[in-house]
Ligand binder design. Structure first.
Ligand SMILES: [Zn+2]
Length: 278
């Protein structure tokens, strides 16, 4: 594919990301309140029904300067941030995976992760209505590895060595890797939850199962390790800033799990190659 066509594709995919980001923001507003996703968008303050021109990602927010068209109530910068972040992630996905089936699959995973992230940061909740269907659909998608022809990444070749089965074709190894990742993510977090049920919600266990499934094995281990490392660093930063009082502040774990999963999912192969090249 020519460079110009590739750049154009990336731009279009990034724009699609802005639009999906706008829908994810809407879902993050409505799902925790149990509202329908299909209902008309209205201003929370004056009840004004948003027209199409009020719902254009990024553009509408900037043109209205973050306020409702009729009552001027603030819309909140989160709308804009989620749109821009999703757009940037889609662009990155395009750069890393190009126009492939793997791109489509990882795009779905990334979109679920963004939704989980926003809802958890705002409500400290991993909604079952989001995560349970995500897990079930991802399990159904596992056989897609047979079509994807996964690359011989470090993860999978590592697994091949452990299984001493270099004769197992790569797509099958990738499927085994996903199954083990699911068990690994679920197992580790189920154990943590079992030992201290008040320290973590069961939603986090479900989220760990999902990120384990999509990162595969041993990718799931890197995801869990990255999340614990990130969570620890943030906890230390909070303690330095606020002293021991910071320990009483609630630190949600799910966002770290999402960030680590995004890194492993999108940049796992690159990081593995960097590590090997040292
Ligand atoms: Zn209004």
């Amino acid at each position: 594919m020519s460079a110009a066509l590739d750049a154009l594709g990336g731009l279009a995919y990034g724009l699609l990301g802005l639009w999906v980001g706008s829908l994810l923001g809407l879902a993050a507003d409505r799902l925790p309140r149990g509202q329908s996703l299909r209902a008309q968008s209205r201003c929370d303050w004056c009840g004004y029904t948003l027209a199409l021109r009020d719902r254009m990602p990024v553009i509408s927010y900037l043109r209205l300067r973050g306020r409702c068209r009729t009552c001027a109530a603030p819309i909140g910068a989160r709308t804009l941030i989620v749109e821009l972040a999703t757009g940037a992630l889609y662009l990155l996905l395009w750069v890393v995976f190009g126009p492939t089936l793997r791109l489509l699959l990882n795009t779905v995973y990334v979109s679920v992760l963004v939704l989980v992230y926003v809802i958890d940061v705002e409500h400290h909740l991993v909604l079952s209505v989001v995560i349970v269907p995500a897990i079930l659909l991802s399990i159904l998608a596992v056989p897609l590895q047979l079509l994807i022809r996964p690359p011989a990444s470090l993860y999978i070749s590592w697994l091949a060595r452990v299984l001493a089965g270099a004769s197992i074709p790569l797509p099958r190894l990738a499927m085994i890797s996903q199954g083990l990742g699911l068990l690994c993510g679920f197992g580790i977090f189920w154990l943590i939850w079992r030992l201290n049920p008040r320290g973590m919600g069961y939603g986090d266990v479900r989220l760990a199962a999902f990120v384990g499934l999509i990162s595969g094995f041993p990718g799931a281990l890197y995801t869990v390790y990255g999340a614990i490392l990130l969570g620890g660093l943030v906890a230390i930063a909070l303690i330095v800033r606020w002293g021991k009082a910071a320990l009483k502040r609630y630190i949600a774990f799910a966002p770290f799990l999402v960030i680590a999963a995004l890194v492993v999912l999108i940049l796992g192969d690159q990081l593995a190659a960097l590590y090997l090249a040292r």
